[in-house]
Design a protein around this ligand. Sequence first.
Ligand code: ARG
Length: 379
Amino acid sequence: MSEETQKTIVSAWNEWDPLKHVIVGRADGTMVQAPEIAVQREWTDYGFPQGKYGPYPEEMTQKAVEQMDNFAAILEKRGIRVDRPTLLDFTQTVQTPDWVQESMFGCMPPRDLLLTVGNEMLEATMSYRSRWYEYLCYRPLLEKYFKEDPNFLFGSAPKPRLTEESYKKDWWKIWNSLSEEEKWQKVEEVDWLPTEKEPLFDAADVIRCGKDIFVQKSMVTNDAGIDWLQRHYPNHRVHKVWYKEHTPWHMDTTIVPLRAGLVLFNPVRTPLQKKQYELFEKNDWEIIEAPATVLDKKRPMTFCSIWLNMNLLVLDPKTVCVEASEKPVMELLDKHGFDVVPVPFYEVSPFGGGLHCATADVYREGELEDYFPNQVEGF
Ligand code: ARG
């Protein structure tokens, strides 16, 4: 039925143009992944002491699947075409000539993996071994788009080797031994896990604002990855950004553009790349701060922060999907003239994020525009 709603056109230049076609991920079969250099899970109270891996508890998965199906139905009812990825057996051991990894992860958050800029969808390199093959879940869709849209650029960033040389030695061990003060020192130094051996980035460390693209240096994105993106998009201005945050990964709970001229900032993760403020101010963007979440603590077995309240999906410059219990965010957006669509989604948090994470844009109606004609020297 969705086919009639919107024929296949791949195009999106920013985070807020009218959304016509989107991919919504799936929570089925998600794993607490087997340990690897980049990831160690520890949820002893829920049967996953460090080193133990396996599927998330069936009951949790079921609730997440229901909320995701409901979200997809809400979007479809609004005339947005929704596609879903193809599941793989995420319990399987995967390997390359360089390594063996005892499990995959899942495919709840397509945002982490797929970056749509203009008529190209780009598969990010990813930087976890457990997520190295996750792109296969989206291949049936991308192959279909390739057949149906003659202008679609089917892109893939160079697959990384992810040998030990891609990660700083004993990074986690050192981090865990630091005092609070020393940790903030490391934040100032932007000294994260990946080395500069090869380009690495996750698509969710990228925020698109027309000609300007912000990329966060993080636990999953290195300087080489950001450099690769700038070379890949020669007609864009790629800005490297970093924030006051412990072990950052993915930017969509840090800054969230709502429409041209309005951006939601995380009030505690202030930009350490100060020129970012300057850029927004020089171009008359209004910066508003996200209110605190209504939750008093994280959901069980959740590796995301409590800032998923600001992980919202903009449907068009007047309409935005927000987690259904997050009244303070809704009130703020209402005050700024948005119609808010409440979507119950907190059962999905443990599977890798919120409404923005759970989606990847295929088509947003609109053209490439310059929202920052006044640039800042050296940024
Ligand atoms: N590090 C972010 C937080 O926990 C992750 C948000 C998840 N985003 C995503 N695209 N999976 O606040």
